[in-house]
Design a protein around this ligand. Sequence first.
Ligand SMILES: C[S@@+](CC[C@H](N)C(=O)[O-])C[C@H]1O[C@@H](n2cnc3c(N)ncnc32)[C@H](O)[C@@H]1O
Length: 320
Amino acid sequence: MADDDVQFQRTEYMTRQLTEEESQKLLQDTLLVSDFKQRKLELEAQKNWDLFYKRNTTKFFKDRHWTKREFFELTEYNPMTKHVIFEVGCGVGNFMFPLLEEDINLIFFACDFSPRAVDFIKSHPSFDPTRCTVFQCDITRDIITENVPEESVDLATLIFVLSALHPDNMVAAVENVVKTLKPGGALLIRDYGLYDHAMLRFAKGHKLGECFYVRQDGTRAYYFSLEKLRMLMEAAGLKAERVTYIQRATINKKEGINAPRIFVQGKFVKTTSPSTGHTREREDARVSNKLNNGEGKSELTLVSDELLESKDSADGSDES
Ligand SMILES: C[S@@+](CC[C@H](N)C(=O)[O-])C[C@H]1O[C@@H](n2cnc3c(N)ncnc32)[C@H](O)[C@@H]1O
């Protein structure tokens, strides 16, 4: 950011309105990359990310110091316990290291597609194998519980990662992560939003599908609407607790350039325990049957409290 730049940020629930010129540009971009090339991009996705880190090393993404401001869940937890975080698609650790350095109660699992990114993490001066387990994986295919125990994670994060996957693989990837979450645990997401400045800058010949584009280096980017993100998470068994657009504008005082960045951000909660197969609603019905049969009074009190809490927080307004 230059000295003359001013940055604004606001939370939005409505999709950004396009100008006439922007609408025309998107409408006219109808040519899709061929199926052959699309298959090749999918087959070479890992190679392309690994080459990205070969070219950029640790210098591309900035440390993400905004995370505690945007996700209070990263700091508000029982200080007497360790807080287990699973960072999926961790890159070279720009999200994880600032948090590890500030809070000794955090323990991380972290994974990335690129073996080179994983090596960068392991050679970072703040890497501590007693607090961070890092491994290479393809989140869309690998059995994640071989590296992260089932239901062991308080918070999982996908920070600009889902957008890098083929849309057909997104639900499977999220389901994979959900297995590692404790019941009541949450997935925090920040990613590219519909009509982001970068989406509107793609030249013809880069479109892979609706809201899905390929960059020059072969890495791909999907731009999410709130509805799409919500549907995706619900299909993977998560409940949306808050989902918003984050609009950031950078305005240069001299040149007046406004580059609207649009992100989607959300918290999605695991209200189902796969080990029992009981959703909260089914659990409710099960307990109410027990009550009608005169059994399990103390269990009813406990579970009802838990149900109330979950309803309250699901109704809670956005934090930012
Ligand atoms: C835009 S970068 C974001 C990196 C990091 N989360 C951050 O915010 O700095 C996307 C990351 O997702 C990783 N990724 C892409 N596809 C993946 C997959 N199938 N499984 C695991 N990680 C993947 C890439 O290697 C890359 O590091």
